[in-house]
Design a protein around this ligand. Structure first.
Ligand SMILES: Cc1cc2nc3c(=O)[nH]c(=O)nc-3n(C[C@H](O)[C@H](O)[C@H](O)COP(=O)(O)O)c2cc1C
Length: 251
């Protein structure tokens, strides 16, 4: 089993140490392989906000860097840990750049076979939720099976430190146990509605949003798989409903 940890802190300190601890605990349960990907060591240039990935497609991004390397690593992993320190009540700038560079994944999801753990380290509890919510968008179709927010301010006493390390141990154990179980993608109701809505919206957007139009017009569902009668019915129903809402100008 392969776990990829994507870390946006430039330091090998709180966030890195938390992942090292997760790895140690995980390996107490069974054999698995951890790979660390540091965003400050990889060449991921700053998003220019040109919208080309959203409209034409990510393959037309003018930035030539390690964009695809990261995607390939995620797709060949079983589990992915997305980890950022809390900087001013959100993820730090490197992770925000990561989010923006892969923003198109919110339109055209792809990590359906991966499970994700979101890790935020922070001085206090404030901002952990915002950072965690921002980062979980990057699971992009994958299943978020855990969220950990760990505090480690310099003024913390031993009792509080102990509490945080117990919390980390508990969450890391949960993550290990969930990862241990075999994982086969099952379409959730949310995914069925998401797909129906986007397919209906981008049906008439071949000029404005070619990439989304192509993605949705080619597919019957996000994942090429056998769907049950109920799932097909849900897709049809919501596709019709969103189509109708678009025609009457409500969407
Ligand atoms: C620029 C900057 C902004 C920060 N903003 C916050 C904040 O808003 N709230 C908070 O609780 N901690 C904040 N912190 C503290 C870090 O989130 C915390 O120390 C974190 O664990 C650092 O992780 P690292 O050691 O992996 O870099 C900030 C730290 C830095 C450097």
């Amino acid at each position: 089993m392969k776990i990829l940890a994507i870390i946006s802190s430039p330091r090998r300190k709180n966030t890195y140490n938390a992942i090292k601890e997760i790895e140690r605990i995980h390996k107490q349960h069974y054999d698995c392989e951890y790979e660390y990907l540091f965003l400050n060591k990889i060449n991921l240039e700053g998003c220019r906000g040109c919208h080309i990935c959203l409209t034409k497609g990510e393959e037309f991004c003018p930035l030539k860097d390690d964009h695809d390397v990261i995607v390939n690593k995620i797709e060949s992993a079983d589990g992915v840990i997305l980890a950022s320190p809390n900087h001013t009540m959100n993820v730090n700038w490197r992770m925000k750049n990561y989010i923006d560079r892969y923003s198109y994944l919110m339109h055209r999801p792809r990590y359906f076979h991966q499970r994700f753990l979101i890790l935020i380290t922070s001085g206090s509890y404030r901002g952990i939720k915002q950072a965690s919510n921002a980062l979980s968008l990057m699971a992009s179709g994958g299943k978020v099976i855990g969220r950990i927010g760990i505090m480690n301010s310099p003024g913390m006493n031993d009792k509080k430190r102990e509490k945080q390390s117990k919390k980390l141990e508990k969450e890391a154990t949960k993550f290990a146990n969930k990862m241990k179980k075999p994982f086969n993608y099952k379409p959730s109701f949310g995914h069925l509605v998401w797909f129906s809505a986007f397919k209906a919206v981008y049906k008439g957007e071949a000029d404005e949003s070619l990439a989304d139009y192509r993605y949705y017009s080619k597919k019957k569902f996000f994942v090429d798989m056998k769907l049950s009668f109920g799932q097909k019915f849900t897709l049809k129903l919501f596709n019709g409903l969103f189509g109708f809402l678009i025609r009457i100008g409500m969407v």
